[in-house]
Structures are given as C-alpha cells and as structure tokens.
Design a protein around this ligand. Structure first.
Ligand code: 13P
Ligand code: SF4
Length: 320
C-alpha cells in the first residue's frame, strides 16, 4: 500500500545518506527481504549474515533478524554502528539459556569443550570455546570428536540430538528449544505425506527428531534452499519458518512449496511456523531506526566482546 511504499522510499534514501546496509535473515517478511535485495544488502542464514556484516564496507549495519544476530554483528565489527528495527526481537533459545545458569553448568563439567549455537547472548558466547550455526555445526563437532573431546552443547536440544546422531560425539545437552520448530508434528506430517506422495520433505534440524526422521533433506536455511534447487520433486513440504519461502521460491521457480503441519491448529499453536520475533522486523521499524537510532542501537561491553570474539572467529576461520 501507499504507506509501505513511502517507507520503502524513505529507507532507500536513509540507507544511502548513512552509508548503511540492510542485513536480513530468511525468516523476515518478504518485503524486508526484497528491500535488502534491491538495496545491495544481504539476505542469508546466520553464518552468512555474520560474514557479510563483518566484510562489507558500510558504516552502519541494520540487522533485520533477532537480537543475537545484531550482537554477533557488533562483536565482529565494533567500529560499525549496528542498528536493529527493534531490540525486543529475541529468540526462545537465547531466553532459555541464561548466562549464570549456563556458566554453572560449564563449571560442573570442566573437562568438556563448550560449543554453543549462535542463537545465544554475547555473554553465553563469551563462556564458550566454539560458536556454531546450523550450517556448520556437524562439521565442527565432527572435528572436535575426532580430537577425542567431550562436548557441552547448548542451547537447542533438538539440534544437539541431530548433531550427536550424525557425529557420534559425546555431548552433554542443555535443554532449550525453538518455539517455532518444536511445534512441527511427525504425526501430522505423515498424514500430509500421504496427501502429497511425490513431495520431498525439507527439515531444519531445530525440529524434533521424529520430524527430522521423515526428512529428505536436513539443514540450515541456506542448505534447505539449495536442496529445493537441486531435488527433482514438484512439491516440497518445508519444516521451518515460512519466511524462507521468499528465497526458496526464487531458487525453485514453478515448484509448489507447502508448510509442514504443526501439532496444534491456528487457535492453539503458539507460533504456527512463523517466528514472532522475526515478525517484528517491519518497514516502519526499519525507517524509525534509521531516522533516530536511540533505542535501536546494539552495544556490547568491550571486555565481553573480546571474549565472545574468540569462539566466533574460530567458527569463521573453520568455515573459511
Ligand atoms: P540458520 O539461518 O542459520 O539456519 O538459523 C535458523 C534460525 O533459527 C535463526 O534464528
Ligand atoms: Fe529463535 Fe526459533 Fe525464532 Fe530462530 S525461529 S529466532 S531459533 S525462536
């Protein structure tokens, strides 16, 4: 509508004025991803968002995603101004892993290597030996396992179980979960597969093991988009946030993309395949953050930043 178009025009002007770029996650709404695309920003998974933010020439990054993504950007680029459409956009994994409790857990197992998912606070990253995203988690844990290391894994128990199964690594698990992926239902998915016998099932490993077991491809958002590009099937049933459909449809034109079913129905599921925090990244909020940065800027304590940078750089160096 006219209001949305006005925000788009204003944002384009502000991005130029401030030498700013929009860094958006695949789970943000289509108009946000389209804007990132049109303005030379990036749309990607958590790993590529981190790398793009670090390597681009901009003075200001506007991170459309959730808080840990803004913090990661700031940890990697302290000289850049990092803004978020809203600082309220958090993640159930981050909330479910408070630093004090996590530190106590690590202290109780000092002989373990601490590997945390990127979906954590800067303080939790600062306590870790390694940070991983879903696109690189299996490779890094495989590497650590080959060195004979025992691992503490946090916070996503489903992703942890998937990695342990793939690698056979000895992993002590934190019991967190993503409220979006945790709701996908294997029973409902089996019923749906019967309706679409030719469909391939694409699953993000934050989903329960029973759902992962029904997958034709398992992986990070980027890996799932690539799978849709390659697999010959005419239909895909997709168990991840529906925001991914924007890029997946571009990657696989002519294919039919279907949302995997959740256990509840519209009235009872909490998130219904769309992250409520990702959904907070609207055009108006982006326009506001670029107009007046107060209340939108990410700050990370410098001593904490330096500690969190070590495990983050390990991941980026490993994947380089
Ligand atoms: P990836 O984009 O790294 O697969 O992460 C998924 C996610 O849940 C981010 O919040
Ligand atoms: Fe966190 Fe899940 Fe939302 Fe990703 S989709 S930001 S893991 S709550």
């Amino acid at each position: 509508n006219a209001q949305q178009q006005q925000y788009v025009r204003q944002i384009k002007t502000l991005l130029k004025q401030k030498n700013a770029v929009l860094v958006a996650h695949y789970y943000t709404d289509p108009e946000i991803q389209a804007l990132a695309e049109e303005t030379g920003g990036c749309i990607s998974d958590s790993l590529e968002m981190a790398r793009f933010g670090r390597d681009c020439e901009a003075d200001t990054l506007i991170v459309a995603g959730v808080k840990f993504m803004g913090e990661t950007a700031k940890i990697l680029s302290p000289e850049k101004t990092v803004l978020m459409p809203t600082l309220e956009a958090t993640c159930s994994l981050d909330i479910g892993c408070p630093e004090d409790q996590f530190s106590a857990f690590c202290d109780a197992h000092p002989d373990h290597t601490v590997v945390v998912y990127a979906n954590t606070s800067a303080a939790v990253k600062a306590r870790a030996d390694w940070v991983v995203t879903s696109s690189i988690a299996v490779e890094i844990v495989e590497h650590l396992d080959s060195l004979g290391e025992k691992i503490i894994w946090a916070p996503d128990r489903h992703l942890g179980a998937y990695i342990a199964k793939q690698t056979g690594a000895d992993m002590l698990m934190w019991q967190g979960e993503c409220i979006v992926h945790d709701e996908f239902s294997a029973k409902a998915l089996l019923d749906m597969k019967r309706l679409y016998p030719d469909a391939a099932v694409l699953v993000h490993p934050e989903s329960p093991a029973s759902v992962v077991a029904l997958a034709d491809a398992v992986g990070s958002t980027t890996q799932l988009i690539n799978a849709a590009k390659i697999l010959p099937n005419s239909h895909f049933i997709v168990a991840t946030d529906r925001g991914i459909f924007y890029k997946m449809q571009q990657a696989a034109p002519g294919k039919i993309l279907l949302e995997a079913p959740t256990g509840g129905n519209g009235a009872t599921c909490k998130s219904c395949a769309h992250c409520p925090w990702m959904a907070m990244n609207g055009l108006q909020a982006i326009q506001q953050s670029l107009t007046d940065s107060s209340g939108h800027e990410i700050f990370v304590d410098e001593a904490l930043r330096q500690r969190a940078l070590i495990p983050l750089n390990r991941m980026l160096d490993f994947s380089a």
